[in-house]
Design a protein around this ligand. Structure first.
Ligand SMILES: Nc1ncnc2c1ncn2[C@@H]1O[C@H](COP(=O)(O)OP(=O)(O)O)[C@@H](O)[C@H]1O
Ligand SMILES: CC(C)(COP(=O)(O)O)[C@@H](O)C(=O)NCCC(=O)O
Length: 414
């Protein structure tokens, strides 16, 4: 092999495979960039192992017991650092990490001595397992930094990424509509994962974490499993779709006999979540579906209420909800859209994004560049930077942000 070929192959090896991984409290999200502009020379250089991994990921949509590729979210013809290709979105249960590592080992990853960009709590928790079992180093990035980078990138490359619910006050009739998010700042960002983080975002590298709550997607799923005996998120959502929270909750009209007019509380408003369940007769007449629906409504309303207070406090009118709690969950999205609109008298807007829970992993993938060594973060630990409170962390401007490095490109798939 000629010298220049060796350099070329070295660069290719460094650049591929391109993964971003978000190892969350419940789900691990993997975003994989599949280059589609591979030249015959590159094909000659590409190691068999890499080729096999690429084929395995892109030719299947189910992996092991809990792995899924969300094919409907695939983004084609995307340019990342002068390479053109497709972005694939894959998730599996974080409890399956052992199986994932075994599979990675079986596919030969341990022989590649690769570095993978990772974020989420699991990037810390599983770092040693990655090193010991598959010889992989994790370049760790902060989950809130990458979340914002991922959102900005996805919105720039997909005109229908952001949407809202038109006529949100009429929950039954309300319809999904595209929202122009090209001037995003400032916005409140509510990430509903296992727990909930709430950020005020003022610019690509300027945000603060203003609040959070432990009553999040993990709470919904956990309580639903306890109350109904269901075992999966999909089952919990299906049950909730057929249930009626009004048989479980105590409404304003159950207390007032009608509206509480003085403060604008209509009779149908939930006064007390699960407030009827101390009554024997009521308890024996509710169904699993009602309990699932009431659990979903309780968690969603609480998140909506905290998000609205945060938006009021920060004087921001756009509230963007993300996280996998919203996956296949229009009930919650419509409720959140309603809550933002109704309680603000139409001055606030709830917004949603198609790639829901993948932004951390996507933002992480975008961090992959020639300076990985710098990110092999001896420097990134769990402590806040000096002179900040634990809730407040304004991100340092990075060399390569979604807004500067990956400009929107008209020819990408929308
Ligand atoms: N297939 C699934 N399995 C488990 N939880 C799911 C699934 N799909 C959606 N969810 C919901 O998404 C939440 C996790 O959201 P996610 O944004 O991935 O957070 P995390 O990073 O904490 O794992 C779960 O708590 C649950 O409410
Ligand atoms: C600790 C977390 C950032 C982890 O993120 P997750 O895996 O839940 O997406 C999040 O669960 C959270 O912000 N919890 C709420 C903590 C609180 O403010 O009460």
């Amino acid at each position: 092999m000629q010298d220049d070929e060796i350099v070329f192959c070295h660069q290719l090896g460094r650049a591929m495979p391109w993964f971003g991984m978000d190892i969350g409290g419940t789900l691990t999200k993997l975003v994989y960039f599949e280059p589609k502009d591979i030249t015959p020379d590159e094909q000659d250089c590409e190691a068999g192992i890499l080729r096999n991994i690429r084929r395995y990921l892109t030719k299947n949509s189910a992996y092991g017991k809990t792995g899924h590729r969300d094919t409907h979210l695939q983004m084609d013809n995307v340019e990342i650092r002068k390479r053109r290709g497709s972005l694939h979105f894959i998730r599996f249960q974080t409890t399956d990490m052992g199986n994932f590592l075994s599979l990675a080992k079986q596919k030969g990853m341990a022989e590649l001595v690769t570095t993978v960009c990772a974020t989420g709590g699991g990037a810390f928790k599983f770092e040693k397992d990655f090193r010991d079992q598959v010889n992989m180093k994790l370049a760790k990035f902060d989950e809130l930094d990458t979340l914002i980078k991922g959102i900005l990138f996805a919105d720039m490359h997909n005109v229908t990424e952001c949407y809202y619910y038109e006529n949100a006050r009429e929950i039954i009739k309300t319809e999904k509509r595209a929202f122009n998010f090209s001037q995003p700042f400032p916005f409140i960002l509510v990430n509903v994962g296992s727990g909930v983080s709430i950020l005020a975002v003022y610019g690509p590298d300027n945000y603060k974490r203003i609040s959070g709550t432990s009553l999040g997607g993990g709470t919904f799923l956990g309580l639903c499993c306890l109350l109904t005996g269901c075992t999966t998120f999909e089952e919990a959502i299906q049950l909730a779709t057929k249930g009626d929270n009004r048989k479980v909750d105590k409404l304003v009209k159950d207390i007032y006999g009608g509206d509480y007019n003085r403060f604008g509380l209509t009779g149908d408003l939930v006064a007390s979540s699960f407030g009827q369940m101390h009554i024997n007769d009521k308890r024996s007449s509710v169904s699993r579906e009602d309990l699932a629906n009431a659990t979903l409504v309780t968690i969603t309303n609480n998140i909506g209420s905290i998000a609205r207070m945060c938006a009021l406090n920060e004087k921001i009118d756009k509230v963007v909800f993300v996280g996998n709690f919203l996956r296949v969950n229009p009930i919650s999205m419509k409720l959140l859209a309603y809550a933002m609109e109704f309680w603000s008298n139409g001055t606030m807007k709830g917004l949603f994004l198609e790639h829901e829970g993948y932004f951390g992993a996507l933002g992480c993938l975008l961090q992959f560049n020639g300076e990985l060594a710098a990110a092999l973060n001896e420097s990134l630990d769990h402590s806040p930077p000096p002179n900040t409170t634990p809730q407040q962390c304004v991100a340092e401007p990075s060399k390569e942000t979604a807004s500067s490095a990956d400009k929107p490109n008209d020819s990408t798939t929308r």
